[in-house]
Design a protein around this ligand. Structure first.
Ligand code: ACO
Length: 388
């Protein structure tokens, strides 16, 4: 095949390098706009449900009432997980991170549903339903298992987010709390070609099964520079302790070249629109259930950071206020990223489907910086100090 000569310039982190075409999500990082399939994120979080948005992301159109009822019904039917997966999860160390438990559990689904008929729309639909249905069950199950309890069964009379909170906390949630979680899931569902979505597309491009695609994306999301930052934000707010100390903390961090968690984004040069919506969701929750004392600290950090980092285009990202919302919903800190994953499965699956529609396996090149041909050295002649 004739290909154009490729410029061999290294772009660390692939910044600004297009690697695919996509019609799923659009980000205007200068203006702070985000849309899914052309619909502004603010309208979707105000009007829609998470399952409706999952359908939109994956199939490109908002579902008709009947399509939505069918999809919700299928997801509800597949919420339960096999007793074998449950027993496997019981063997996980209780001290392990829930993201690692989720990655292993998601990957295990490939053992049960291994038929790789990825060219068949029915297979794609079934895989979407299973993953969207079972991932929350797995997150909630690990939470109970690590406390020494048996996971509780999903409740068919509860909608998606309410059922997740029920399985996690063993209490039927307040409707406002369930609706706010549902809106959080919409906000986190998709964000174009971030690290975990790229990971999902690279894995998808090998034509492996969708469970491997999701497991690889979960592993990528777990890192502290990506989804894992929301755990660190609360730790940072607690370390600062009171609003008056925000400026001093930031000065020390900036002098010591430490990143402020929950700030900065490769795409946005203004406040992440999701951070603004999450902040208003936090305020809605606080008005109903009482304020989190760390909210004042967070606002002080935002104000002081804008004075120090605003000129560089560094503002709160999606992770800055999400921890405060999740904590008010009763979600333990190390489950913040798994909850993010529950939602992002929708976006990853949308990219999986899109990748399959115009697939070419990812195989970038590198600029080799190692040594040229060397002569093999017998063991007795090797110098042990030459390796780091
Ligand atoms: N605090 C302080 N300075 C920052 C921050 C921050 N949070 N983010 C970026 N900067 C500064 C860098 O020090 C660098 O400054 P310099 O040019 O003077 O050296 C400049 O801004 C560019 O930073 P990069 O790290 O090169 O920007 P990049 O686009 O690669 O990174 C990232 C984006 C990883 C999100 C970064 O902003 C960061 O580490 N933030 C903190 C972690 C975080 O909140 N991650 C969640 C992101 S949202 C998500 O993934 C769901």
């Amino acid at each position: 095949m004739q290909t154009k000569p490729i410029e061999m310039t290294l772009r660390p982190g692939l910044e600004g390098v297009p690697v695919t075409q996509s019609s799923i999500c659009d980000i205007d990082g200068a203006k702070g706009n985000l849309s899914y399939r052309g619909y502004p994120i603010g309208d979707l979080t105000a009007q829609s449900s998470f399952l409706e948005i999952t359908y939109l992301l994956i199939w490109g159109e908002l579902p008709s009432p009947q399509q939505l009822r069918d999809f919700e019904g299928e997801v509800q039917m597949h919420r339960r997980m096999s007793f074998r997966v449950r027993d496997m999860m019981k063997c996980f160390p209780a001290t392990g991170h829930p993201m690692d438990a989720l990655q292993a559990s998601a990957a295990s689904l490939g053992l049960f549903y291994s038929r790789r008929a990825i060219d068949k729309p029915e297979y794609i639909y079934d895989a979407v339903v299973r993953l969207i249905a079972k991932i929350p069950t797995m997150v909630a199950a690990f939470q109970l298992i690590r406390k020494g309890q048996d996971p509780i069964q999903p409740r068919d009379d509860l909608a998606y987010s309410a059922n997740f909170l029920y399985m996690l906390t063993e209490r039927e949630p307040d409707p406002l709390a369930a609706r706010i979680l549902d809106r959080c899931l919409i906000l986190h569902a998709e964000h174009s070609l971030n690290a975990s979505t790229f990971s999902a597309r690279v894995t998808a491009s090998t034509l492996t099964d969708p469970y491997a695609v999701i497991a690889s994306a979960v592993g990528t999301l777990a890192g502290p520079l990506h989804g894992g930052a929301n755990e660190d934000v609360l730790a940072m707010l607690e370390e600062i302790g009171v609003p008056e100390k925000a400026g001093q903390y930031l000065d020390e961090a900036i002098t010591n070249k430490r990143k402020i968690m929950g700030f900065g984004h490769r795409e946005y040069r203004v406040k992440d629109p999701r951070a603004s919506i999450l902040q208003s969701l936090a305020e809605e929750l606080f008005a109903r259930f009482g304020k989190d004392e760390m909210y004042d600290v967070a606002q002080a950090v935002e104000l002081e950071a804008s004075k120090r980092l605003g000129a560089k285009g560094i503002y709160p990202n999606v992770d800055f206020y999400s921890g405060l919302v999740y904590r008010k919903l009763g979600i333990p800190r190390d489950l913040f990223t798994p909850v993010f994953a529950i939602s992002r499965v929708a976006g990853w699956l949308a990219h999986w489907r899109e990748q399959l529609g115009a697939n070419r396996i990812f195989r970038p090149s590198q600029i080799y910086t190692g040594m040229k041909t060397r002569k093999w050295i017998p063991p007795e002649e090797r110098n042990s100090s030459s390796v780091d």
